[in-house]
Design a protein around this ligand. Structure first.
Ligand code: AMP
Ligand code: MG
Length: 368
């Protein structure tokens, strides 16, 4: 299949430029499009065959339900039943925006969308391209991230093509996504609204609007299964093995780690704070990407850097942790998954294994 690419021109009428893509969605084809979080792989959310196509294109496990995207607030009503007070409040405060709500589903929703669950995930995105595409298609659009399952989510049209060229009908190029990590998912069907996936709308923002908010214990505790089926899978993974160093002395320990790796002749990718990068020796086997000065900047660039390390063909990657306040919760959730939970803790002059594995080249006596 030849994948079409529509490069949007801000000077031209948006609806005219989206017409062909919307027609393809109506016909049951798959079209990737930008949202404020990441690029989505869209299909008519009420067409079971089209939705099955999403699972096939991504290689997505069938038990991982899809999010339906709407273009107006009121479009949630025919898709849901018994909206809770917290759901109504969240719609008012956070929509349109990077918040997905889990609500009780209506009869309209195909089985394949919810993977058999009684609830459905719904989001009203703020990106104008996403909004007009949904409106012109005349249906809710089911859209997971437009990557092959397990890979980092795409935040540019080029990253979508890297995974989906020849597999889907088209890609709408609307530039780089602003937020860079996926939407926050909140279960609104339980007495206390519960975060199932941290994202662009932070826990602090939700607490300001709603009062008490919980975090799914499956996100934090080992051995507990997350409530969002997709959160149990390895995800956002770059090709090279990745390690995350967290803790108060992460900078110094990253320096040691990098020097050991380079000493073994490895090419290493480093994703860290500017201060940490300034400690590293000048060596062309070290490719470092600076976090940026705010958490928002790190979130926006995270997947871009992970995908860049793939193209740069590094042998391994080391990332520096950040605090879990605000956007840090979403960033750390994604980074830990990217690293396959290979996490080391740096404190009191020591590096201690927290979970996962340690690199072969690392002398065991340094891990105390
Ligand atoms: P993606 O579309 O790739 O951003 O992933 C969507 C996420 O939403 C996955 O982690 C799904 O498991 C989760 N999800 C979708 N529908 C539901 C639902 N009804 N209940 C819980 N989680 C859901
Ligand atoms: Mg995804």
């Amino acid at each position: 299949m030849q994948t079409k690419l529509w490069l949007l021109n801000k000077e031209k009428n948006l609806d005219e430029q989206l017409k062909e893509a919307a027609e393809l969605i109506k016909k049951g084809e798959l079209v990737a499009f930008p949202t404020e979080t990441v690029y989505g792989l869209g299909a008519d959310g009420l067409n079971s065959d089209a939705c099955r196509g999403i699972f096939a294109a991504k290689g997505r496990p069938a038990d991982n339900p899809l999010i339906l995207h709407i273009a107006k607030l009121e479009e949630i009503y025919p898709l849901s039943t018994n909206l809770s007070a917290s759901a109504k409040r969240m719609m008012e405060v956070f929509w349109p925006g990077p918040l997905t709500m889990i609500v009780n589903k209506s009869e309209l929703i195909p089985q394949v969308v919810t993977a058999g669950l009684e609830t459905v995930a719904i989001r009203f995105p703020s990106n104008p391209v996403a909004n007009r595409l949904i409106a012109l298609s005349g249906c809710p659009i089911a859209a997971p991230s437009a990557n092959k399952s397990g890979r980092p989510s795409p935040t540019t049209a080029g990253d979508v093509l890297a995974d989906m060229e020849g597999v889907i009908a088209g890609v709408i190029d609307g530039g780089t996504c602003d937020i860079g990590v996926e939407s926050t998912i909140v279960d609104t069907t339980v007495p206390v609204p519960t975060i199932l996936r941290p994202g662009g709308i932070t826990r602090e923002m939700l607490e300001d609007a709603l009062g008490a908010v919980e975090i799914d214990p499956g996100l934090i505790k080992k051995g507990q299964i997350p409530k969002a089926p997709g959160m149990k899978y390895r995800h956002y993974a770059p090709q090279a093995e990745m390690y995350l160093i967290e803790g108060p002395e992460a900078s110094q320990q990253i320096k040691n780690f990098v020097e050991l790796a380079v000493g073994k002749g490895l090419h290493i990718g480093v994703l860290a704070d500017k201060k940490t990068i300034s400690l590293l020796p000048a060596d062309d086997r070290i490719i470092s990407h600076n976090w940026g000065s705010t958490k928002a900047e790190l979130a926006e660039k995270l997947y871009i850097y992970l995908r860049r390390f793939d193209r740069e063909k590094v042998d391994l990657i080391v990332g520096e942790g950040t605090t879990e306040a605000d956007l840090g919760l979403a960033i750390m959730n994604r980074m830990r998954k990217s690293a396959g939970h290979n996490i080391l803790w740096a404190e009191k002059g020591k590096l201690v294994k927290q979970s996962g594995k340690t690199p072969d080249f690392f002398p065991e006596n340094l891990l105390k």
